[in-house]
Design a protein around this ligand. Structure first.
Ligand code: PMP
Length: 292
């Protein structure tokens, strides 16, 4: 079956689904997106993703042009058209077609694109044995310049970090704030177990408010863990009992080495394993049904 992509109200083949070179998403990275997952016939954390999309739109003053419930139908419709129960969904909303100037007022209407596909960002053995990370020199965009809470199409900062870690032979980068606190990975939030408590950087540090992050915080609290959204630095990561990353595409993935320091006993920890199990259980029941 040929893949069908939603583009501005139509379902088109990959060949047909094209946007203008004058689209400001292309010319200026002027737009926003969401990476969403469907599990077992449900759009996981659908409301949370739509809320974040519309919050991003509000902050950058982008008029999406359709309501959240219409957008929910775009997601479900794309999955139905492609006969998918389990998928990764990329929802992109750009400022739309304008001219070569950057003024967004010259863009008449937002472009809305929805692609349902598979995504695999880490190989399977890393889920079993853990991965290595490297803190990189390039700092996370300062929240006063462009809030990382806006999930914008401007990912060059993250891409620069990824280039730096892969050039060093390490699969994922950990980014720091201007002050040197740990903030997040290139497409994931970070958690550590440190002196018996689960820590993750606060939103004020300048990380994305990850949907998986929020789900993991809730699951950890439910399991009786002490959870704190708190600033920490590289020393805390090196000396953590456990470390893991969270994201829609990656789900939960253990980190066993940072900048050459072995974390804990160098194996995925028990807190990670329990939370992953709880997360998987949640994916069985949470979310909006694709076939209502
Ligand atoms: N941080 C960044 C920079 C990201 O791109 C992502 C992926 N969306 C995340 C964190 C994780 O967020 P989520 O759990 O909502 O996928």
């Amino acid at each position: 079956m040929e893949k069908l992509i939603y583009l501005n109200g139509e379902y088109l083949t990959t060949e047909e689904a094209k946007i203008s070179v004058f689209d400001h998403g292309f010319l200026y990275g002027d737009g926003i997106f969401e990476g969403i997952r469907a599990y077992h016939g449900r759009v996981f954390k659908c409301q949370e993703h739509l809320d974040r999309l519309y919050e991003s739109a509000k902050t950058i003053m982008l008029n999406i042009g359709i309501s959240k419930s219409e957008m929910e139908e775009v997601l479900c419709g794309t999955l139905r058209k492609n006969n998918l129960d389990n998928a990764y969904i990329r929802l992109v909303v750009t400022r739309g077609v304008g001219d070569l100037g950057l003024d967004p007022n010259n863009c008449k209407a937002a472009s809305i694109i929805c692609i349902a596909d598979q995504i695999k960002i880490y190989p399977q053995h890393m889920y079993e044995n853990g991965l290595e990370v490297k803190t990189v020199a390039v700092r996370r965009t300062n929240p006063d310049s462009l809030s990382p809470r806006v999930k914008s199409l401007n990912y060059l900062n993250n891409i620069m970090a990824k280039i730096e870690s892969t050039q060093a032979g390490v699969v994922e980068a950990i980014m720091l704030t201007q002050e040197g606190y740990v903030v997040e990975g290139t497409a994931d939030n970070i958690f550590i177990m440190r002196r018996g408590a689960l820590l993750t950087p606060p939103l004020s540090a300048g990380c994305l408010e990850g949907v998986t992050r929020n789900a993991v915080i809730a699951l950890a609290k439910k399991a009786g863990l002490e959870v704190r959204e708190e600033l920490f630095n590289r020393h805390d990561v090196y000396n953590a009992e456990e470390c893991f990353l969270t994201g829609t595409a990656a789900e939960l993935i253990p980190v066993v080495q940072a900048d050459g320091r072995v974390i804990g006993d160098g194996k995925p920890g028990n807190v990670f394993k329990d939370l992953l199990q709880d997360f998987r259980a949640l994916t069985l029941v949470d979310g909006v049904l694709i076939n209502k």
